[in-house]
Design a protein around this ligand. Structure first.
Ligand code: 5GW
Ligand code: MN
Length: 314
């Protein structure tokens, strides 16, 4: 009896969001272009110093990876927040996502808004679903930063187990212009910020005051990551959101606000919890009209916005 109780407890304490991982399997007879041990992109790095891939156009074969991931029957949860006047971005965000985002795979969007009545009706592909959740209005940056991490943590912890395999958290003032799909999946995924991919680390806008828990000392730092897109497995993103939320809370209690809010905390997190995959700035570009020789395709980009017009008055 005693043993049986222990057994049952152990059984119940198994992580409920365990990542499906059957490896990547191909099939005899499935033909695709031969990968090369010699040729690849030479103008960009496609691997970090801790051997995580950096995804750029030309580093993966979409035909092959789509074929292998189809066998895994995955669901990708995707969160987006649209509070106040940011609801104006929803139509282009959702319509373009339905053109380019995980086409052929199961997607469950969770949209958090204080104005559910103005959410546009967008035709969803088969296997893509949108859930709208009402949240209280928040006006201050600090509340939105904190609120996002808190809501994400609760969503993963309480609702996503068994419902999704991976999650991405995206800004809404954005649009998709090209494929964003299974090549982006990994345990912990960060996107290199489009303004800093060419910059030395001392120019990164990390938090430099030791009083903040987002503090990164001079001489440290790998990349500068955007706060506008991150993701990974439920388990890893839960740990990320929990950590960032706790550290944002402690900073607030100490009356300090990190220079770039949750983006600063995210950068601190990624420095000491190395992402297993990095997405190049193709996965969050500055603006569709901006060019750069290394960016062969723009997949997702911030759209131009007038901050004074869309942000609440402080
Ligand atoms: C943003 C800045 C100051 C005060 C409020 C906001 C705000 C952010 C808002 O009023 N409504 C809102 O939905 N957001 C969410 O936070 C959106 O999903 C938005 O994409 C995300 C990050 O804010 P952004 O896009 O203004 O930040 P940047 O650094 O991309 O310009
Ligand atoms: Mn944004």
């Amino acid at each position: 009896m005693y043993r049986m109780l222990i057994y049952m407890n152990n059984n119940q304490s198994r992580p409920k969001w365990k990542l499906k991982d059957y490896g990547l399997r191909s099939t005899p007879g499935f033909v695709y272009q031969q990968p090369s041990a010699l040729r690849g992109r030479t103008d960009v790095a496609s691997v970090t110093s801790w051997l995580a891939p950096i995804v750029w156009e030309g580093t993966f074969d979409p035909t092959l990876i789509d074929f292998m991931y189809k066998k895994q029957n995955l669901t990708i949860a995707t969160t987006v927040f649209a509070l106040g006047k940011y609801t104006r971005f929803l139509k282009d965000f959702l319509e373009s996502a339905e053109q380019h985002y995980f086409v052929g795979f199961r997607v469950q969007y969770y949209l958090f808004t204080d104005h559910p009545e103005v959410v546009p009706v967008v035709k969803m592909r088969e296997n893509h679903h949108l859930t709208v959740r009402k949240v209280p209005s928040m006006n201050r940056w600090q509340d939105i930063s904190m609120g996002r991490m808190d809501i994400l943590e609760k969503l993963i912890e309480n609702e996503l187990a068994g419902e999704a395999d991976y999650i991405f958290c995206l800004d809404v003032d954005t649009q998709f212009y090209g494929r964003w799909s299974v090549e982006s999946l990994g345990r912990l995924v960060g996107v290199i910020h489009p303004w800093f991919f060419e910059a030395p680390r001392h120019l990164f806008t990390y938090e430099r005051r030791p009083e903040s828990l987002a503090y990164i000392p001079e001489g440290e730092g790998d990349y500068y990551f955007t706060g506008a897109a991150f993701g990974g497995s439920l388990e890893d993103v839960l740990h990320l959101t929990k950590t960032c939320r706790e550290q944002l809370n402690i900073d607030t209690a100490n009356s300090i606000e990190a220079v770039w809010h949750e983006e600063s905390h995210l950068n601190k997190y990624f420095l000491y919890n190395k992402p297993s995959k990095l997405l190049s700035p193709e996965y969050l570009w500055r603006n569709i009209n901006a060019g750069s020789s290394q960016i062969k395709t723009i997949r997702f980009s911030h759209v131009a916005k007038n901050n004074a017009e869309v942000r609440p008055n402080p």
